[in-house]
Design a protein around this ligand. Sequence first.
Ligand code: SAM
Length: 327
Amino acid sequence: RYNPGGDSQILEDESTKIFARKVADHYSARTNQTLEEREASPIIHLKKLNNWIKSVLIQLYTRQGDAVLDLACGKGGDLIKWDKAKVGYYVGVDIAEGSIEDCRTRYNGDAAHHMHRKKFAFPARLISGDCYEVPLDRVLADDAPFDVCSCQFALHYSWSTEARARRALANVSALLRPGGTFIGTMPDANVIIKKLREAEGLAFGNSVYSIHFDEDFSEKKFKSSSPFGIKYKFHLEDAVDCPEWIVPFHVFKSLAEEYDLELVFVKNFHEFVHEYMKKPAFVELMCRLGALGDGNQDQSTLSPDEWEAAYLYLAYVLRKRGQPDRT
Ligand code: SAM
């Protein structure tokens, strides 16, 4: 299929760029919600659950003073989490210029978000750019190496082509110190494909989300063709409406290994909740965030449809091979 310089290659490059722009424009156009709007969201408890999962990952894998690289950082919704973890330095990169602007405003302590708080304790650099296209080791030569790299709800946007997926992992690997940690969250391809098999046609969902596969998708093609560029349209009420790509986890794992990134763990969000809700500190955090009623999933304040949407995601942790040069 690869035909350097050929027309089909040019067309493929063009359409990849168009889709990357589509994703960027979608996120750029999303405006900041007021606190009232946020609380009224039909997926407010899912958003809180997502925040809890990211907080747990950050608390488990970050040490005081760490230098952090946040790939696809969005509007900086995780800045407070990094502040609580007492990081020493933060670099955020996102393709959506509008989101980087919002992130900058938030970092500088705007009235809407941090009326009662002082500015963040750590210095930060915020950059707009395509993390899956640009060799970031050049851009961030003076900032690297990082102790932790985070990519929350975003790595699947790199899976449109093998070149982009490789660039994503090459960037992470080049910028992490030996022994550094890569944490993230993304859709769980196993769950999505299982649900597709159970569905009547090429679409499924509930009151908070829907997934539509392209007309030309077929199980046979899925099994036999390239594990990149398997596109679907994702809609999450009050949050997402854009093209996304399936990331078969075994492909992610073996490609990551090529870039010296070894899997530490992967857990579907349901499993993640069951596992970390056994720890009192995280139960307390869950109560404070207000995602689950009293820490018991059966009496959850998440609606059943939100809980089902949470099942679409997984959390992963990888470690860059090599001996850490600090203790
Ligand atoms: N990480 C943030 C969070 O957890 O709140 C934002 C997550 S949002 C679901 C996905 C983000 O990925 C968006 O901000 C979007 O602009 C960003 N993104 C998508 N493709 C990207 C790319 N090629 N390079 C950098 N960022 C990208």
